[in-house]
Design a protein around this ligand. Structure first.
Ligand code: 9WN
Length: 405
């Protein structure tokens, strides 16, 4: 399996970074590159460093790291929405999108350093990671201290049922071009056309404010906020190695954790909140378990989350569903509405390692078992382990490499 995983990562390598999938996602994606770096660190730390440095090469002057960096050699129309919809050039000259994804990159940089200590790499990437956090803090933070996202694509969990209510308030518009995803993956495993009409309307509306003002969709997502907090913890570790003061990062991590506990936690799970209205967006999304990664999380809350993972998410089966089975919204095959994704499983695995090593091991075994049954698919039925979405998906290969190593 390790040989096969490396084969997938080599096949998806584009010279300085890795495409998530050759045909479905033929450009560089932000959080995919972080997960790929974590896996590549196990066999080619040089590639892992290049992956992160090439992504941060497209960072904007305001610190934002775009969720897609387009490869100019890929024909227009290979992926929708492409550069003609986003209409952006990063300072590097690359065409990019204008939205972001969960900031899991500082954690990835730290993991790469652990696999192959390299303070020179840390010194290079640290100021960029700090700028990425600064963008979120200045452009996206509410008075309650939480970071918001302005597009479902920013959550990384595009059509999660958690977004059904806020997305319904978005005025759908014409897509303006044909979806390309349906050329590669069956329609019942993807978001609907109606979703896409809203995704593209939101992207255009944000673009028309110069990528400055949130539109109808603005939410505080527990996964995104947890990633932000974990990034501060990782930055503290990095700062220490390169001789800088880690304390401001520790304080920031403690503050975001406290804000999340105060405003997003309820009844054994973290929930999103609508940043426009202040209303809670109660759902049973596995994003609500990712705060297990936060080192400052109060013990009794960690304990309750573990109970929820066992009861509502049935993780004893080895795979973490992206949405709780037993709810009316759960669909075991449709994208982020139930299937198990290895990145989400990996994040929760990471959060359980120092709290419940036995359960962490169950999830690691589940990841390996799904791939043994179905290959490096994009997502899996959490019960049958049948594969869905594209094949030879990069982060599935990378994260199995990490847990198996
Ligand atoms: C939109 C690349 C990306 C992942 C996201 C996943 C999917 C894109 C799409 O693919 O999103 O960004 O076209 O559906 O939802 O998490 O980063 O793998």
């Amino acid at each position: 399996m390790i040989r096969e995983a490396v084969r997938v990562l080599v096949a998806n390598w584009d010279g300085s970074y890795t495409v998530p999938s050759r045909r479905l996602y033929p450009h560089q994606w932000s959080w995919d590159s972080a997960f790929v770096a974590i896996g590549n660190a196990r066999w080619s730390p040089r590639r892992a460093r290049s992956e992160l440095l090439s992504l941060f090469g497209a960072q904007w002057r305001d610190g934002r790291v775009p969720h897609i960096v387009f490869n100019p050699e890929v024909p227009d129309g290979a992926y929708f929405p492409g550069p003609d919809v986003w209409e952006v050039r990063a300072p590097s000259g690359s065409a990019t999108s204008g939205i972001v994804q969960p900031p899991v990159h500082a954690l990835a940089a730290w993991r790469v350093h652990l696999a192959d200590p390299d303070p020179a790499f840390l010194r290079r990437i640290y100021p960029r990671l700090v700028a990425q956090q600064r963008f979120l803090r200045t452009a996206r933070r509410s008075a309650d201290g939480l970071i918001s996202i302005v597009h479902p694509w920013e959550s990384g969990m595009d059509n999660s049922p958690a977004w059904d209510v806020p997305l319904a308030a978005v005025q759908a518009g014409p897509m303006g071009a044909r979806r390309r995803d349906l050329a590669h993956v069956s329609a019942d495993e993807r978001p609907t056309d109606r979703d896409y009409e809203r995704y593209t309307a939101l992207a255009r509306a944000y673009r028309d404010t110069g990528y400055r003002r949130a539109g109808a969709f603005a939410v505080e997502d527990p996964l995104f906020n947890a990633a932000y907090g974990v990034a501060e913890t990782s930055l503290a570790r990095i700062a220490k190695v390169i001789g800088l003061d880690p304390d401001p990062h520790h304080r920031e991590a403690a503050e975001i954790t406290a804000a999340m506990v105060a405003h997003l936690y309820d009844d054994g799970l973290f929930h999103a909140r609508d940043a426009n209205t202040g209303s809670p967006l109660r759902s049973q999304s596995a994003a609500g378990l990712v705060p297990l990664m936060l080192p400052d999380l109060p013990r009794e809350i960690a304990h309750a989350l573990i109970g929820t993972a066992l009861d509502r998410f049935e993780i004893k089966n080895g795979l973490l569903p992206s949405y709780a089975p037993g709810t009316p919204e759960f669909d075991p095959a449709r994208y982020w509405r139930g299937p198990s994704w290895l990145n989400l499983t990996w994040l929760v695995w990471q959060g359980l390692r120092h709290r419940r090593a036995d359960l962490a091991e169950t999830l690691a075994d589940g990841m390996v078992g799904a791939v043994a049954r179905s290959g490096f698919r994009e997502y899996f039925d959490p019960f049958t382990r049948a594969g869905h979405g594209c094949r030879d998906f990069s982060w599935s290969a990378a994260l199995v490499l990490d847990v198996a190593a």
